[in-house]
Design a binder for this molecule. Structure first.
Ligand code: FAD
Ligand code: NAP
Length: 894
């Protein structure tokens, strides 16, 4: 059991002993205190400020408001609290949010356990007593079993990093440390440095008062109007109609706000339809509507994103009268949403005022601050007041400001995090037992409605402490395996969104010298919650739990080994409780696949799509041809679809063919070869060969480059492609320049490890493969190289690019084929796709993490066809600025 004795800082004793010490009295600290006390833990909260509120205590600058609608940005743990408080506006002001947090503190009598005006300076884990010792700036230390940092993601203001601030003789303010008394700007010359959300909120109001306002902007930001007012009636009706359901939906949503995900892609909409959606979102005045609800590809694909960004740029141009100023205000250096966009009230229109000057620091950087004002490369601005809206050392700043935090063996957290934060779930750190960080780096935190994320973290942490108490455990610590796995998962997730493409405080780029990398979890609030729950349901996976009178428990392992989106796809399929495909019969299975395909995202546009037939050995075979939009002639890829020789047709891998055609700049011809059980072995192989020969001979008629073709195929189609290469070599042509084999079937044995490791649970199952084999090929024929190409002669085959997926029964036979080709002297490249399943690469626009694999496949196809590498990858960087742009601003922070 956990000792629950408290000896308050009584006379002569300066160390207070509690079960749990928590730091911070913002949204997180207050809820923690409420929960810990309710669940019987002795607790003290330590807070630097002299009252509760956190963010809303410190950020009192004019215009400060939330940017998530207040009906969502509030506690949800107590329905009675919800009915006891009424918000006055759609986006509440800072004073109102501060009043709310004061109201919460009073309602649950929280202040009596908060030590205000107490800054925690150091924290040390004592292994012998298994307790943390916290030292503070007022000499009252705290000894605690558990130490919880609720210190905030945006609570450590960033120093201005400009020479001469101390020389300035006027008034200086920081938005993140705004004074309690009113600041008067009337009649004064004011400079604001910084145009993030804080600057963008403050600038219009300061402009209304000041005699002259100079805005010094280093990087322009996207901003959209808040259209503040009463909370929208439709949202209120939704909430009030089913409060519990509404809140639950938020908890499982992408960003902590209950909005439906968009499923329509930008290329499925006309320009007029896109504009209509954009205008509706603009009128709604809601960040998440604009960030997530226009079209499905806006947050994951640079092309889809560029369409939104262009429309936002048009709005800036339409509002700001002076085209020079408008040009300076338009962002070009980052995708929309990759940097936190701002909600504004009259921001752009403020630059039409005669008393406002915009200084573009990209053209004239600040040299220094002097006694009388600010000096740039080109000019001097004499001012009476400087407002620094220069932001925060975000996510890690407040944690690292407690220095040192010494964990097991005296290791300092700042050393462990020297190359960037490393956590398990964004909540705990290996080597630092009994330490929690609420909304720490590695959790959704700032990419979400933070109150939802705070409540989830607090509940999870306190529930763990309760469970430990019941089981007799007194220490917990994340294992290295679990933490390393989480870091890898974080990296995988970061490829899902465009945040990695911007230099922002999300990545640490705003603080000179800070290690860089996307710090918040980009996999979404709901999936994250599911993962945290799974850690618990799998016996505290990745945690070592110990106690004085119980055996140590450690279920070591990684919580997510699949790619994040693959995991979601599999979860969805699991929920659908589908009958095994092999139980449906051939026609039933075909109908099922057709049904699944009808629901998938439509493939992207290419130059031209044409259906036709070609002569096969026993009659015509249908094909579908995909031609790039670029001028031809293009090299031709003869493509064989997947489906175990039983399912699919020339259309069934349509999104994949379009995507590869677009990325490789090559013609794809997808062949409708005949299927088992109607046509058994070797029909598919012979059809594949016949089609390849005919296409090679008629390349010019198809608009292709004559001479040779490349063959490609996925799954059983990969088998046909591999076999076709062997037949072409042995039958005197056609000339095949290369082969792309994606998760190919290459051999008839089922005893390689991947067949057992991945026998079930990853869509393609071992028993489905048995069924496919049985329908296509009798046991006596299975060693024939026309179905088991691994058993054929491999020398003299065309160069190959072989793709295998970690969680695929066919993984090992794909690798075996690649290795055998290489051993036979065939040039081979392999892509072993970590965390992917058999269907990952053909689920285009569903499995976003498959993009990089398809990029590599497209590059390989170009190499095989003898084309130069493409100058620019479709997804690799932000689109060029529109031609009308007078200047393009460099991405990096100074
Ligand atoms: P905080 O509110 O930052 O509280 C942390 C507390 O810990 C502070 O009071 C600090 O003084 C204290 N502390 C830190 N270190 C120590 C120490 N060593 N010793 C003692 N005390 C310490 N998020 C949204 O989701 N929606 C919004 O609309 C939104 N608007 C925002 C507007 C602004 C201006 C800012 C800056 C942030 C905004 N955020 C918003 C993010 C906001 O920080 C969170 O929503 C939320 O308020 C964080 O609560 P918290 O308790 O985790 O941290
Ligand atoms: P921020 O987004 O980091 O913006 C800081 C601004 O200061 C940037 O424009 C930055 O330019 C500039 N800057 C920093 N150092 C500078 C220097 N040395 N010289 C010149 N310019 C410099 O910080 P923030 O505006 O305080 O916002 C931080 C986050 O808090 C927001 O993203 C949001 O999540 C939250 N917030 C929310 C609201 C709201 O609407 N509810 C309001 C305020 C804050 P560069 O971009 O070039 O670095």
């Amino acid at each position: 059991m956990i000792a629950a004795s408290v000896s308050r800082a009584a006379s002569g004793c300066t160390t207070e002993r509690v079960d749990v010490a928590l730091v911070g009295a913002g949204f997180a600290g207050l809820y923690l205190l409420y929960r810990l006390r309710k669940d019987g833990f002795t607790t003290v909260a330590l807070e630097e400020a002299d009252d509760v509120g956190g963010t809303w205590y410190w950020n009192r600058y004019p215009g400060a408001r939330c940017d998530i609608q207040t009906i969502d940005y509030c506690y949800t743990f107590d329905p009675e609290l919800e009915s006891a408080w009424k918000w006055s506006e759609k986006y509440a002001t800072q004073p109102e949010i501060l009043r709310y947090l004061g109201f919460v503190a009073d309602r649950y009598d929280l202040r009596r356990d908060i030590r205000f005006c107490t800054k925690v300076k150091r924290a040390t884990w004592d292994q012998a007593s298994e307790r943390w010792l916290l030292t503070t700036d007022n000499d009252a230390a705290v000894s605690c079993r558990y130490y919880i940092m609720a210190t905030g993601c945006l609570s450590s203001p960033k120093p201005p990093e400009i020479d001469g601030v101390k020389d300035f003789e006027g008034e200086v303010y920081f938005t993140g440390r705004w004074p309690h008394e009113e600041v008067k700007f009337a009649g004064k010359r004011v400079a604001v440095i910084g145009t993030g959300s804080s600057g963008i909120q403050a600038i219009p109001l300061i402009a209304e008062q000041a005699a002259q306002l100079t805005v010094l902007q280093r990087t322009p930001n996207f901003a959209l109007p808040a259209h503040n007012g009463p909370a929208p009636a439709d949202r209120v009706a939704l909430l009030e109609g089913d409060r519990a359901g509404y809140r639950e939906q938020a908890r499982w949503s992408g960003a902590g706000v209950p909005l439906q995900l968009q499923t329509v892609f930008s290329w499925q909409l006309s320009a007029a339809e896109r504009l209509e959606r954009f205008e509706n979102a603009w009128a709604a005045g809601d960040l998440f509507c604009m960030l997530r609800q226009l079209w499905a590809d806006q947050g994951v694909d640079v092309d889809g994103n560029a369409l939104v960004a262009e429309l936002l740029r048009d709005k800036i141009c339409a509002t700001v009268k002076d085209p020079e100023i408008a040009a300076s205000l338009i962002p070009y250096d980052h995708p929309f949403g990759a940097k936190r966009p701002c909600l504004d009230t009259n921001y752009y229109a403020t630059f039409n005022r005669p008393n406002v000057t915009l200084v573009n620091l990209r053209q004239e950087p600040i040299k220094s601050i002097m006694a009388s004002g600010i000096k740039t490369d080109k000019r001097t601005f004499d001012v009476d007041v400087i407002v620094f809206a220069t932001g925060f050392d975000a996510m890690t700043g407040a944690i690292m400001a407690v220095h040192p935090i010494k964990g097991r063996g005296g290791k300092s957290l700042s050393d462990v995090w020297a190359n960037g934060p490393q956590t398990y779930l964004g909540l705990t750190v290996t080597g630092f037992p009994n330490l929690f960080m609420i909304t720490g780096p590695g959790s959704p935190s700032v990419l979400s409605n933070m109150v939802v994320s705070i409540e989830q973290h607090v509940d999870w942490a306190v529930n763990l402490l309760i469970a430990m108490r019941e089981a007799g455990f007194t220490t917990f610590e994340a294992t290295k395996t679990a933490q390393d796995g989480w870091i890898r998962h974080m990296a995988d997730c970061s490829t899902l969104t465009l945040h990695r493409l911007a230099n922002t405080w999300y990545t640490g780029a705003n603080v000179p010298g800070k290690a860089q990398g996307v710090m918040p979890y980009t996999g979404g609030v709901g999936p994250y919650r599911g993962i945290c729950d799974e850690v618990v349901s799998r016996g505290m996976l990745g945690f070592r739990l110990a106690g004085p009178n119980v055996a140590e428990q450690c279920n070591d392992g990684e919580i997510v080994r699949l790619q994040p989106d693959v995991r979601l796809v599999l979860k969805k399929l699991e929920e659908m409780k589908l009958a095994p495909i092999e139980s449906l019969g051939a026609q039933g299975a075909r109908d099922f696949v057709a049904e699944l395909n009808a629901d998938r995202p439509a493939g992207r546009p290419v130059g031209d799509v044409a259906d036709g037939t070609l002569p096969g050995t026993d009659g015509p075979l249908p094909y579908r041809l995909y031609r790039p939009a670029t001028p031809g002639p293009h090299p031709i890829v003869v493509y064989f679809h997947g489906g175990g020789w039983v399912l699919g047709d020339q259309h069934s891998d349509d999104p994949y063919c379009r995507d590869m055609c677009r990325r490789s700049g090559m013609i794809f011809v997808s062949i409708g070869y005949r299927h088992a059980p109607e046509y058994r072995f070797p029909t598919a192989a012979e059809d594949g060969y016949a089609a390849t020969r005919w296409i090679a001979e008629h390349a010019a008629e198809l608009g292709g480059r004559p001479g040779s073709v490349v063959v490609a195929g996925w799954s059983a189609g990969g088998n046909i492609a591999a076999v076709t290469c062997q037949l072409a070599r042995d039958r005197g042509g056609p000339h095949i320049a290369g082969q792309l084999l994606v998760c190919p079937v290459t051999d008839c044995t089922f005893d390689r490890p991947s067949y057992n490791d991945n026998a079930t649970g990853y869509f393609l199952t071992r028993s489905l493969m048995f069924w496919f084999w049985d329908l296509y090929c009798s046991p006596a024929d299975r060693t024939d190289p026309r179905v088991s190409p691994l058993r054929g002669k491999l020398a003299g085959l065309p160069p190959a690019f072989v793709v295998t997926c970690e969680f695929d029964p066919l993984r090992d036979e794909g690798i075996a084929y690649a290795d055998a080709l290489a051993a036979a002297g065939v040039p081979v490249e392999q892509l072993k796709a970590r965390g992917h399943i058999h269907t990952s690469f053909t689920m285009v626009d569903v499995v976003i993490t498959g993009v990089s694999g398809r990029v590599q496949m497209a590059e390989a196809l170009r190499r095989l066809a003898g084309l130069p590498p493409e100058r620019k990858q479709v997804d690799a960087s932000v689109r060029p600025a529109r031609t009308a742009s007078p200047r393009k601003i460099a991405a990096a922070a100074d």
